[in-house]
Design a binder for this molecule. Structure first.
Ligand code: SF4
Length: 382
């Protein structure tokens, strides 16, 4: 399999059987005719991407719910990508799936496509929490899906969990993590619930019907996630991502954190290369109709300057266990981070939040407050 030095290709599938009340991804409720039209549009978009000079060694089907598409649709999308773009023969392939879509036939189909990493949107093993999150599967279905996926023999089965729900008891979170650890998937992604503007949760919060957990409870749950997963043999290679071994890390996601090039195809998909970022039309009707006219569905783009890129590099680098490459930061963006922030970084080291050893790394305690650490730093390259 490829070593992960090329670009990543992201393929967006925007359909979900129902839209979860916390979701702010580009998603729409699934229906057969919409989905057929979308797949055609995506195939056209891929055909129009032929002039790209990048070569790809990872492909990620994300959503939405890629598992909502048939194997034939997924296969034709992959074939179209391979026809238009320089995709390595042994490109690493990931696919997101919801537990309710997992059965023997689906697993066999995804294995047949060459999926290396199957990422399951389990989110919790507590009935009450799954109901609150608007999920369509039960805790037992989540467990069954993970078990069957592991038996099917993917290189990596990844399980997504969400923590920090309003009123969440540490005991319930601990129980979910322990049930997950018993299943023993190779990879775990554990994200804190965020209330995004425009979502039903946001409206409930504005009406006073959803009370978020306070900062100290969030911090306590964050530490619980890290200590429980670590005790179960998972190491955090990024603040929200845990793997049993180095081989079980997501090759594709590491490209986002590295500032490597990636190309996104599909509704609202984002792309990045060099200093340039661009993105697709987020409206499904416009996305499809522009492609039906033979037009690329671009909605915008920007050229990032050194200080914007440096800020991103610091934010992304400090969320990773390997930390931030200080030499690369200086060489790429002219920012000598240690010199500009000597006193504050020294105080973080003294307080056990950070370590400097050629790189700048946050300790587990530092990771819990990573965003505040980034905000406190002077990132002006001048
Ligand atoms: S399943 Fe995932 S992508 Fe679909 S609505 Fe729920 S959170 Fe969003």
């Amino acid at each position: 399999m490829s070593s992960g030095g090329g670009a990543g290709l992201y393929l967006h599938v925007p359909f979900c059987s129902a839209v979860c009340p916390y979701c702010d991804f580009a998603v729409v409720p699934a229906d057969a005719s919409r989905s057929a039209r979308y797949v055609q549009a995506l195939l056209t978009e891929l055909a129009l991407l032929g002039e790209e000079e990048l070569s790809f060694d990872t492909i990620y089907f994300g959503g939405g719910t890629p598992s909502a598409l048939s194997r034939a649709d997924l296969e034709s999308i992959l074939a179209a990508a391979r026809r238009s773009l320089a995709v390595e023969d042994d490109a690493w392939l990931a696919l997101e799936a919801n537990p309710e879509d997992v059965d023997a036939a689906a697993l066999e189909g995804w294995r047949g496509l060459g999926v290396n990493m199957l990422s399951l949107g389990v989110q919790s093993f507590q009935a009450e929490e799954l109901r609150f999150l608007g999920r369509r599967h039960s805790a037992a279905e989540g467990e069954r899906a993970v078990r069957e996926a592991l038996t099917a023999g993917f290189d990596i089965v990844s399980v997504d969990l969400i923590f920090g729900l309003p009123g969440q008891e540490p005991e319930n979170l601990r129980d979910s993590i322990r049930r997950l650890a018993e299943l023993d998937p190779q990879h775990v992604s554990c994200y804190q619930l965020t209330v995004h503007e425009g979502t039903p949760f946001h409206r409930r919060r504005q009406q006073g019907r959803l009370l978020e957990l306070g900062e100290s409870s969030q911090g306590e749950l964050f530490e619980l996630v890290h200590s429980e997963l670590e005790a179960a043999g998972y190491s955090a290679y990024e603040v929200s991502n845990f793997a049993k071994t180095e081989d079980a890390r997501s090759l594709h996601n590491q490209k986002y954190w590295d500032h490597s090039s990636y190309l996104g195809a599909g509704l609202a998909a984002h792309s990045f290369s060099g200093r340039r970022r661009w993105w697709n039309e987020p409206d499904l009707e416009r996305y499809c109709s522009r492609l039906e006219r033979g037009e690329r569905p671009l909605a915008g783009g920007e050229e990032l300057d050194s200080s914007e890129l440096a800020l991103e590099a610091v934010m992304l680098g400090l969320r990773r266990s390997r930390g931030l490459d200080l030499d690369r930061l200086r060489a790429d963006y002219g920012l000598n981070l240690l010199e500009r922030n000597a006193a504050i970084i020294e105080s973080y080291v003294e307080d056990g939040l950070a370590v400097v050893d050629g790189r700048l790394r946050l300790t587990p305690r530092g990771l819990a407050v990573a965003d505040a650490v980034v905000r406190s730093l002077d990132l002006d390259p001048a």
